[in-house]
Design a protein around this ligand. Structure first.
Ligand SMILES: Cc1ncc(COP(=O)(O)O)c(C=O)c1O
Length: 465
């Protein structure tokens, strides 16, 4: 799991410090495997008490909150950020579970109070479409995990993507560069809808950095957009390199990091300007909420937030609560999914009935070196080609007893699908080939069931082909 780096790490050696301090230093060293926050102080401001205006009656400081501690791991942040270790919005409560504030509008004690709010001297909420205390807790929690200054939670992942593109790319003048392999609906929105708004659109191959450089040399690129890893082939792009190339030419970089989850990859810490998720997947984690989120700098997220107010893309407080609850176990879920999937990938790679396995953690993967440099785990999605045809693979899928035949990913329950049937049924061979979809391709999203049960199920189903 990625963890936050600590200013303590370079301050003193363990032998010079007090026993308590020593433990903290050693913890910090163990947890500083990866460079994290570009602006660590911003992360802390978003997650820990002590930075709010103490004389502001609208802000409740958590009296029992621990001291500022930059050694906090993702596991702890997933449980506490935004809540015990947060500004806690306008929540005057000692309830451990964040309350669902269902009110659609908020009242002011006086006109003076309202003016203080309008002038930013008093923190509160006005109207549910613009913000809500429960949703704010969720946004702060995601900001802590993504090491972001700010996060906007939206009604779906597609809402997050569309709001980002509409807010950041000017109609009639903008230029979006995206990749041929990225989430199909995002690709269709960029290719079909943005181009009708007078926005220039260029598609490149995911790892074709030479073409990216050439396109950037045109000098008019507003934003580069892609998924990392991609679905269903789990390809990875070098986010740091792409950010360097784009920033040199003044272009923004937006990464859809859904397939990684915030536990495994933090694009903002390696140069991306914006990270989006379908929070429907790992973040909510239970196949029971549709949501999206966008994280980045205050300045960029404010622009997107303003657009989303017009789009009306607010998430309900009930859904936000479900995600807060789901996030508490995200570290445990994703760790299990990482392990199960890697073990299964290695096993399948050596199975006589499997022709090819797509998983970037495998040394055989062409994206292994990129994944290793920017991910701490590769998540629960794997794709593989079975040594059979369309109907043989259907027999394999139908013989599986544990996973559901269903689209989506990242939840507690394992899901399986055959892209040629789920997404490409009735489509031409040419279209399938263009998208790299073979009839024998299977996509598996591992849940949190026991590895041995899943393994035995897959092995028995392979015998049914
Ligand atoms: C990578 C990726 N991004 C975005 C989305 C869209 O998210 P949502 O379904 O929450 O709108 C999906 C949905 O499957 C996805 O897989």
């Amino acid at each position: 799991m990625a963890r936050s780096s600590s200013p303590l790490v370079n301050k003193a050696s363990p032998t010079e410090a007090s026993p308590t301090e020593q433990r903290r230093l050693l913890r910090a060293r163990r947890s500083s495997k990866r460079v994290t926050a570009l602006r660590p102080e911003a992360v802390l401001d978003a997650t820990l008490p002590g930075t709010e205006q103490q004389d502001d009656p609208g802000v409740i400081a958590a009296a029992t909150a621990p001291k500022r501690d930059a050694t906090l791991s993702d596991e702890t942040l997933a449980v506490h950020a935004g809540e015990k270790m947060g500004k806690n919005g306008a929540m005057d409560t000692d309830s451990i579970a964040t309350p669902i504030v269902s009110g659609t509008t908020h009242w002011f004690k006086s006109s003076h109070d309202l003016i203080a709010f309008k002038e930013g001297r008093r923190h509160s909420f006005e109207y549910g479409r613009y913000g809500n205390p429960t949703v704010k807790v969720l946004e702060d929690k995601i900001s802590a995990l993504e090491r972001a200054e700010s996060t906007l939670v939206t009604s779906s992942g597609m809402n997050a993507i569309v709001a980002t593109l509409l807010a950041l790319v000017p109609p009639g003048a903008g230029h979006v560069v995206t990749t041929t392999e990225c989430y199909s609906e995002a690709r269709a929105f960029i290719g079909d809808k943005l181009s009708k708004m007078g926005i220039k659109v260029t598609f490149i191959e995911l790892n074709d950095m030479e073409t990216l450089k050439d396109v950037l040399d045109q000098g008019d690129v507003t934003l580069f957009y892609t998924d990392c890893p991609t679905n269903p082939h789990l390809k990875c792009i070098d986010i740091k390199l792409v950010a360097e190339l784009c920033h040199r030419k003044g272009a923004l970089v937006c990464i859809d990091s859904t397939l990684a989850s915030p536990m495994n990859q933090k694009p903002l810490t390696i140069g991306a300007d914006i990270v989006v998720h379908s929070a429907t997947k790992y973040i909510a984690g239970h196949h029971d909420v549709i949501a999206g989120c966008i994280s980045g700098s205050d300045a960029l997220i404010s622009r997107i937030r303003a657009w989303n107010h017009d789009l009306g893309g607010a998430i309900s407080p009930d859904a936000a609560y479900m995600i807060i609850r789901g996030l508490k176990t995200m570290a445990l879920r994703v760790e299990t999914q990482n392990h199960t999937t890697l073990r299964m990938a290695r096993l399948l790679e050596n199975h006589p009935k499997i022709e090819r396995v797509y998983y970037p953690r495998l040394i055989s993967s062409p994206w292994h070196h990129i994944a290793k440099s920017q991910m701490t785990g590769c998540g629960g999605v794997i794709s593989f080609e079975v040594a059979s045809d369309l109907h043989g693979v259907m027999r394999f899928i139908d013989a599986l007893e544990i996973p559901f035949i269903a689209t989506s990913l990242g939840g507690c329950e394992s899901l399986v699908l055959q892209p040629a049937v789920m997404s490409f049924w009735g489509k031409s061979d040419e279209e399938k080939a263009k998208n790299g979809i073979k009839d024998n391709l299977v996509r598996f999203s591992f849940g949190i069931e026991k590895f041995e049960d899943l393994r035995d199920d897959i092995l028995q189903a392979l015998e049914k082909i």
